[in-house]
Design a protein around this ligand. Sequence first.
Ligand code: ZN
Length: 125
Amino acid sequence: MISWNIHCDTNCSLCSAALETREHLFFKYDFSLNVWRQILKILKIQRQVYSCDQEIMIAAQMCGKKEVVAQIYGMCFTEFLYAIWLERNARRFQHKEKDWMQVYREILDRVSCRATEAQRLLLIM
Ligand SMILES: [Zn+2]
């Protein structure tokens, strides 16, 4: 929006302490980092959180695979992005705030509801 000369608040809606870029919002700010780290942990994926572009590339590769873990990864990644965006909008427009663990649990609930029995087993084992 800034590149189109549309006036808007450029501060991060989650922390108000940085420029609100997709990199910061989804993969650099502690709130989002904690949520994504916890998701990787439950999927038993041991690695650091990478840059936004790298995370998107990994998710795209996973979504092209047929393994159950890859399917659940894609679902978690999609729900993660959506949940962070909802939290961003709730804070910006409704002045409502959740903690990261609550957002994480809501992501798992939504993924569990959509998952098959085989996919759900990955989340609870
Ligand atoms: Zn921030």
